[in-house]
Design a protein around this ligand. Sequence first.
Ligand code: IMP
Ligand code: MG
Length: 182
Amino acid sequence: MQSDIERVLFDVPAIHKRLDEMAAQITTDYRHRELVVIAILAGSLIFMSDLLRRIPLPLKLDCLSVVSYHGKTQTSGEVIFKQSTLPDVVSRDVLILDDILDSGYTLAAVREKLETAKPRSVRVCVLLSKRKQRARDVGADYVGFEIDDEFVVGYGLDFMERYRNLPYLGVLRKELLEQSGE
Ligand code: IMP
Ligand code: MG
């Protein structure tokens, strides 16, 4: 697994230091609010578990599973929700957590869908945001790290469902993307 990584982008101490800062900000912003965290599976799982344990506020946690990639590195643009029912967010302060903001299709679709349930507020928190022109005009309120437009894996992020368990974030070797026909 390690030999498939071209270079390490953020090691474990760098990730944890940034999570401390993000959690402190979120804790300040949501003091005295009724926070409902909606984590997008499966990419945000590791990020979510490390981040939420740093937020000492009463909160509810729900997960949403969506598919947009179909195993490829390029988004199809179509976002399919795997659940038929949405978490109960009426009049609640919702914080959506995702691993990475890339084209924006996923977060735009999730945000729109949750807004139909009339929450009090909706904010977006991502570990990574790619510096690029997005297909959908969606921003994030909390961003761990801004990165170049490269394919990254580890710390929950996958390539064809592999590498999620790498403890750090790294750039995947280009020839692996090419070999798979991407
Ligand atoms: P978007 O809909 O294009 O913004 O993509 C969001 C989803 O695509 C993320 O939640 C990831 O699952 C996946 N994704 C986008 N870029 C990367 C990457 O560099 N590495 C791994 N997964 C990625
Ligand atoms: Mg993925």
